[in-house]
Design a protein around this ligand. Structure first.
Ligand SMILES: [Zn+2]
Length: 72
């Protein structure tokens, strides 16, 4: 099974986690490992340059989730 990268149009075989997601969402678009890595590097660079702002949002989300757990 091959997936086509949205960035460079290169067919590549998806990783096991990508295969799992593909089964659930067959029309989902993926990046090849090369582009994935490139973007991960850019993201890491951006994150290291700017102060992470999402920490408060993240704690809010986990609080919401634990509330849901209690209700169930
Ligand atoms: Zn690519």
């Amino acid at each position: 099974m091959n997936v086509i990268c949205i960035l460079c149009d290169t067919p590549f075989s998806p990783t096991s986690s990508q295969k799992r997601r593909l089964r659930k969402h067959p029309f989902r678009i993926f990046l090849c490992p090369e582009c994935d890595q490139r973007i991960a590097q850019q993201t890491k660079q951006r994150l290291s340059q700017s102060v992470p702002k999402q920490e408060t949002d993240h704690s809010l989300d986990t609080r919401k989730l634990s509330n849901l757990d209690r209700r169930n």
